[in-house]
Each structure stands twice: as structure tokens, then as C-alpha cells.
Design a protein around this ligand. Structure first.
Ligand code: RB5
Length: 146
């Protein structure tokens, strides 16, 4: 899978570890995040990854900031983006099965590296169930047109 990854300064170290993890698993990773440790603004990176996913430049997005919250809020402002914050694998799985989430966010100050890897692995390996869930996901898209 081709995965776009984005981060602010809080997520830098974890991003570096996650890039290696994804590459070891055979994924192609495109880096849209900062590689500087200076304080920076998470909306920039949330929007960048959101736009890359929405444009089809990458298949899915992964975002890391301190909490995962701000960067996911920014990504969700891009039409077609369904970004979710997950701190454990159960919601990561359900965000794919029920919500067809196309961007995953988590907090480098909230989850450890091993938990982050489990969340990502679960999220990437789980398919959208469609059916009754598709109608609801379509309803979310309709909100963008109103
Ligand atoms: C940066 O200090 C922090 O606010 C940011 O990484 C993120 O947690 C915001 O939601």
C-alpha cells in the first residue's frame, strides 16, 4: 500500500520509527511531515496528508501529533477525508469496518511505539464491511454538499 505520513514536532521521533516499520512490511511511504524538531503547526501536516489521500496520490494516511487530535481535525476539513484518532486496536479495526476511515491519527504523547504498531497493523489489515455502513458513510459525504 502507498501510505502518506504526516507529523508535527511532537510526532517526529515516532514518525521515524513508524516509517521503518511500514517499509519493513513492504509499504511505500511518502513523507508529508516535518523532519525538524522545532515547534511547528500541526494543521499544515494534517491538511497535506488529507489532500494527498483525497487526490489519490496515496492510498491511506497516517498522522502523528502530541495527541492525534489537532492533526486529525485539520485533515477532516478536506473533502472526502474520514480521519479517526485511535489509541488502541479495537477502535482502529472498527474505524475501518464501519467508517471506512482513510486517515488514521494517534498521539505520540498518548501511545507507546508498540501500541502504535499494533494500531497501524490492525487498521491497515482491516477491510470496510460496506452494506448498512456504506449508507451511513455516504450520509457523511452528503454533509459536505450542504
Ligand atoms: C503541540 O504541542 C500539540 O498541541 C500538538 O502536537 C497536538 O497534540 C495538538 O492537538
Amino acid at each position: 500500500m502507498k501510505i502518506g505520513i504526516g507529523n508535527d514536532h511532537s510526532g517526529l521521533q515516532m514518525k521515524q520509527e513508524i516509517v521503518g516499520f511500514l517499509q519493513e512490511k513492504g509499504h511505500e511511504v511518502v513523507n508529508y511531515g516535518t523532519d525538524e524538531s522545532e515547534r511547528c503547526d500541526y494543521p499544515i501536516y494534517g491538511e497535506r496528508v488529507g489532500r494527498a489521500v483525497a487526490a489519490g496520490d496515496v492510498d491511506r494516511g497516517i498522522l502523528i501529533c502530541g495527541t492525534g487530535l489537532g492533526i486529525s481535525l485539520a485533515a477532516n476539513k478536506v473533502r472526502g477525508i474520514r480521519a479517526v484518532v485511535c489509541s488502541e486496536p479495537c477502535t482502529a479495526r472498527l474505524s475501518r469496518q464501519h467508517n471506512d476511515a482513510n486517515v488514521l491519527a494517534f498521539g505520540a504523547r498518548i501511545v507507546g511505539i508498540e501500541m502504535a504498531k499494533m494500531i497501524i497493523e490492525t487498521w491497515l489489515d482491516t477491510e470496510f464491511e460496506g452494506g448498512r455502513h456504506k449508507r451511513r458513510v455516504d450520509m457523511i459525504a452528503e454533509i459536505e454538499d450542504r
